[in-house]
Design a protein around this ligand. Structure first.
Ligand code: 13P
Ligand code: SF4
Length: 327
């Protein structure tokens, strides 16, 4: 048996014994996606975490995703196999206290300048705009969710903002998702200045280059990309939205404007269709930290348990539940 086959067998046996379910985000390594009971985007995985029957959830993703699972299902043991798997964008906003953005962006040259000083917080932006509802992307920490009115994901952001019907919202923390919401609703959007270093590095010049290399291919882009990229896309959607679009489209070739982990499922679900990454370096190092070895270790040692204190969990759950109620 190969090493992978041995690891797989051990994981499957332990999973059964512990009544565990493995959830994996669409950006996870191929072999981790293969061992998962469910793969999906942030919205799908939140819905599954809220409703699935099991004792243990092993969340193969980054920390805010495991936190959301624990917020929604506090009676379950939620395990994050790699404790250092974080989302740098989530750390770009704090409820109080300064941000720490050091060492977060290996290989990424950020030249845009950051609008807010390091000690500017969620509470500060709320004070500047009293009464304006806060719409918080799920890519945030639990305490930020707890001080928000409602959450959203890349799959439902426009619907969520429209459901509020307020004319004005504060959107936290992704400036690119905020710009996408502003473009697609009648709502005035006051945006935080965060970004995903994987998606924000892509430019209109990259789109032109990819289109020249693959004439005729459709461009699917994630709303975490800059507006200059989104404006040139054939379809803008979440990771699972891209899976659905590619499967139902008559087109045979697609340029994929999101993290390259999605290419695996796209290829598997659509034999005969061709997929090209918009940029080969659209790789989230945090999503790649989880391996079959760490999944096995998580199940064996029941680490790392993610638990959110009740005083944060209850208001954070309110913001997540409000999102899940929007159909
Ligand atoms: P999705 O919800 O579209 O899967 O995106 C999550 C994410 O982290 C994107 O970078
Ligand atoms: Fe965060 Fe970007 Fe990685 Fe998604 S791809 S987890 S937004 S850093």
């Amino acid at each position: 048996m190969t090493d992978i086959a041995i690891l797989r067998e051990k994981i499957l046996n332990l999973k059964e014994k512990k009544n565990a379910i493995i959830l994996a985000h669409n950006y996870q390594r191929d072999e981790v996606q293969d061992i998962a009971d469910h793969t999906g985007d942030s919205l799908e995985l939140s819905r599954i975490a809220a409703s699935i029957e099991c004792e243990v959830i092993v969340f193969c993703g980054v920390n805010f995703m495991a936190e959301s699972a624990s917020i929604l299902s506090p009676e379950k043991t939620v395990l994050l196999p790699e404790i250092k798997a974080c989302c740098p964008m989530a750390d770009m906003v704090t409820v109080s206290g300064a941000r720490n953005l050091k060492n977060y962006f290996p290989g990424y040259e950020y030249t845009g300048g950051y609008r807010y000083p390091a000690d500017f917080t969620l509470r500060d932006i709320k004070k500047l705009h009293p009464g304006v509802p806060v719409v918080t992307y799920v890519n945030t920490t639990a305490d930020v969710k707890a001080e928000s009115d409602i959450c959203c994901t890349s799959a439902n952001s426009v619907k969520i903002v429209e459901s509020l019907n307020t004319g004005k919202v504060i959107c936290i923390p992704d400036r690119n998702l905020s710009a996408w919401i502003a473009k697609n609703t009648e709502t005035e959007v006051i945006s935080w200045d965060g970004f995903c270093h994987v998606h924000d590095r892509v430019t209109a010049a990259d789109v032109e280059k990819a289109r020249q290399e693959h004439p005729g291919a459709l461009l699917l882009a994630h709303p975490e990309c800059r507006m200059e990229v989104l404006e040139k896309a054939d379809h803008v959607t979440s990771t699972s939205g891209m899976l659905r679009y590619a499967a139902s489209s008559d087109a045979g070739e697609f340029i994929i404007g999101t993290e390259t982990g999605l290419m695996y499922r796209l290829g598997k679900d659509n034999p005969g269709k061709k997929f090209y990454p918009l940029r080969k370096d659209m790789v989230c190092p945090n999503m790649k930290k989880t391996s079959l070895g760490s999944v096995l270790h998580a199940l064996e040692s029941e680490t790392y348990k993610i638990k959110v204190p009740e005083e944060i969990r209850i208001p954070a759950k309110k913001a997540l539940d409000r999102m899940l109620e929007v159909k």
